[in-house]
Design a protein around this ligand. Structure first.
Ligand code: PEP
Length: 283
C-alpha cells in the first residue's frame, strides 16, 4: 500500500482524529448508493488522437461486471472526440468546469449548453486547481453548481483542505464550510444530481494518499453536514468520492469503507491499465 506515512509530512496527529470533526455522523453502511469512479484528465493528454486512444482503451475495460458508474472529465477540445471514442460503452464524458454565463462576450469561456450539445451531462466544480490556481471563490463555485443543476447537468463538487489547514486540524470545519457555501440554494431534489468529491489538496498529484480509515471519518462527517442541510434520507443517497493519488494499490481498501462511494482520479486515469484496474476494484 502506498498510504501516506504521516510523519513524512510532519502532520499533527490530531488533524486526522475523529475528535477534530463535529460529531454529527449519520452515515449508513446499508446504502444502495451506486459507486462512481471518475477520471480527471486535467490538461492532458497532449493531442486529440491520444485522447481518443485513451478513451477507447478505458471504455473497453468497462463491462457489465464493472462495479461502478464511470466518467471521464476531459479538456474542452477533446470532449467531442472522447464522446465518440467511448461510444455506447456506458462510460460518461464530462467537462472539467463550465462557466456560469449562457453566451456572449466571455473570451475563452465555455457554457453548460455548449458541453451539453456535445453529449456531456456531467461537469466538475470547485476542483482545488480551479480554487488555488485560477482564484475561484466559494461564491463562484456555488454559481457554477447552481448553473449546472439548473441545466440538468450532474455536478461533482470537489472540496477539501490544504496542507496548512490539515496541519491546523481544520479538516472538518473546512469541509463543512465548503459544503455549506458551495451548495447554497441547491434544493433537496437537485441533490440527486450532485456528487461530492473529498480531495485533500495535499494528496492531489503528490503520491500521498489519505489512509482509508481517516478518509472514511471525513466522508462520514461530510454526510453528517449533508444530513443537517437536507435530512438524513437525502444525505444517505449522496455519493461521496475520495480523491488524491488513488492507485490500483489503494483503491480496494478505500472502496471497502462504508462512506466512500467512489473516487476522483487524476494521474492514474491517464494510464488505461491503471484506471481500468481502479474502476474494476475489488471489495
Ligand atoms: C484530481 O485531480 O482530482 C486528483 C485526485 O489527482 P491525482 O489522482 O493525480 O492525485
Amino acid at each position: 500500500m502506498k498510504f501516506l506515512v504521516l510523519s513524512t509530512l510532519a502532520l499533527s496527529a490530531s488533524a486526522f482524529s475523529p475528535t477534530a470533526f463535529a460529531p454529527r455522523t449519520t452515515s449508513t453502511s446499508l446504502s444502495a448508493r451506486t459507486p462512481f469512479i471518475a477520471g480527471n484528465w486535467k490538461m492532458n493528454p497532449g493531442t486529440k488522437n491520444e485522447a481518443i486512444a485513451l478513451g477507447k482503451e478505458i471504455a473497453s475495460s468497462f463491462s457489465d461486471s464493472t462495479p461502478c458508474e464511470v466518467a471521464l472529465f476531459a479538456p474542452y477540445p477533446f470532449l467531442d472526440a472522447t464522446v465518440g471514442a467511448v461510444g455506447s460503452s456506458g462510460v460518461k464524458i464530462g467537462a472539467e468546469m463550465a462557466f456560469v454565463e449562457e453566451k456572449g462576450a466571455f473570451t475563452a469561456a465555455v457554457s453548460v449548453s455548449m458541453i451539453k450539445s456535445l453529449g456531456c451531462n456531467w461537469a466538475l466544480a470547485g476542483h482545488s486547481e480551479r480554487r488555488c490556481l485560477f482564484g475561484e471563490t466559494d461564491e463562484d463555485i456555488n454559481k457554477q453548481v447552481l448553473n449546472l443543476l439548473n441545466h440538468d447537468v450532474g455536478c461533482i463538487l470537489c472540496i477539501g483542505e490544504t496542507q496548512a489547514e490539515y496541519e491546523q486540524g481544520l479538516v472538518g470545519p473546512i469541509c463543512t464550510t465548503q459544503l455549506k457555501k458551495n451548495l447554497l440554494g441547491v434544493t433537496a431534489e437537485q441533490m440527486a444530481n450532485v456528487v461530492i468529491a473529498y480531495e485533500p489538496v495535499w494528496a492531489i498529484g503528490t503520491g500521498l494518499t489519505c489512509p482509508a480509515s481517516e478518509a472514511q471519518d471525513v466522508h462520514a462527517t461530510c454526510r453528517g453536514v449533508l444530513a443537517d442541510m437536507y435530512g438524513a434520507a437525502i444525505a444517505d443517497t449522496v455519493r461521496i468520492q475520495y480523491g488524491g493519488s488513488v492507485t490500483p494499490e489503494t483503491v480496494d481498501e478505500l472502496m471497502a469503507k462504508p462512506d466512500i462511494d467512489g473516487a476522483l482520479v487524476g494521474g492514474a486515469s491517464l494510464v488505461a491499465e491503471k484506471f481500468s484496474r481502479i474502476i474494476n476494484f475489488k471489495v
